[in-house]
Design a protein. Structure first.
Length: 293
């Protein structure tokens, strides 16, 4: 039996991943990554006819969209951990997450489309979490991504698409350092999404019907509306900076569109991680995209 640190987002995938890892005999430790941004929430009523065995879903975003990593999601994750009887901890990664927000803003301001989820996977979920795993004596780090890992007799690890091609997330893990894949587990990659929801329902988890997260977790208000004052003063300045970048992105992108389509990677710096240290990041001229190194 191995000790596994599982990133739990409060969604159905990571919740069922905890169950699957338990079924495989692992000692699972659930962790929730707090990034410091808070979304306004509205009460989510629980149907009166719901059986008592079902776990009620925590509050959702006031704009009706499903993000991730909010206080409500942490609440859902903790309830699932309690139900499965596994230890659960919330990790404060606000300082580390600020780097992802800075990257997001920087990309938009120069007319490029950022992918913060890829950076989060590279720097935090399969970066910073390995440091935490080492501190608690864990052998593996796991998530609820729809992707698969195949280990050859020679010891090499290959990243493959998930069984459910409609939900495949292998592309979002391309930045993970290869040597870390030996210590990664992706238990839901062998299942269809419908099977995962069915398993969650059988376990009595209310998150079985929770919508998939599809929003930028640190943009906590509706794009196209005025940004309300933050109820959490510590995060207001960062939210304002992110909001400014998002609302101005269209004009920046239009002004840079001609330049952006003229092979920008030939002469412009690309975002890359050039050190095994998860917090080390820099702008550098690189030909990695073209496979020249």
């Amino acid at each position: 039996m191995a000790r596994v640190v599982l990133a739990m987002s409060g969604g159905v995938d990571s919740s069922v991943a905890a169950h699957l890892l338990q079924q495989q005999g692992h000692d699972v430790i659930g962790v929730f990554m707090r990034h410091g941004e808070h979304s306004p929430a509205a009460t989510c009523p629980v149907a009166s006819e719901s059986p008592a065995a079902l776990l009620p879903l925590a509050d959702v975003r006031a704009d009706g969209k499903q993000g991730c990593c909010s206080a409500a999601d942490a609440h859902d994750a903790r309830r699932v951990a309690d139900r499965l009887d596994i230890p659960f901890y919330a990790l404060d990664l606000q300082e580390e997450f600020a780097r992802i927000i800075n990257y997001f803003v920087a990309e938009y301001t120069i007319g490029r489309t950022p992918n913060p989820c890829v950076m989060c996977n590279t720097w935090l979920k399969f970066g910073r979490l390995f440091q935490y795993a080492d501190s608690v004596g864990a052998d593996f780090v796991a998530t609820g991504h729809y992707a698969r890992l195949v280990r050859s007799p020679a010891g090499d690890t290959q990243l493959l698409r998930g069984v459910d091609v409609a939900k495949d997330q292998s592309y979002a893990l391309f930045g993970v350092q290869r040597q870390r894949m030996r210590r990664m587990l992706l238990p839901v990659g062998e299942y269809e999404k419908s099977q995962i929801r069915e398993l969650a329902g059988g376990l009595g988890l209310r998150v079985a019907d929770k919508p998939d997260s599809q929003e930028i977790c640190f943009v906590t208000t509706c794009v196209g509306t005025a940004m309300p004052a933050s109820t959490h003063p510590a995060s207001s300045s960062r939210s304002t900076a992110v909001w400014s970048a998002v609302t101005q992105a269209s004009s920046v992108s239009r002004s840079a569109s001609a330049r952006a389509w003229e092979w920008p990677w030939a002469n412009e710096p690309l975002w890359s991680v050039s050190s095994p240290t998860p917090t080390a990041w820099s702008w550098e001229h690189t030909r990695t995209w073209r496979g020249e190194r």
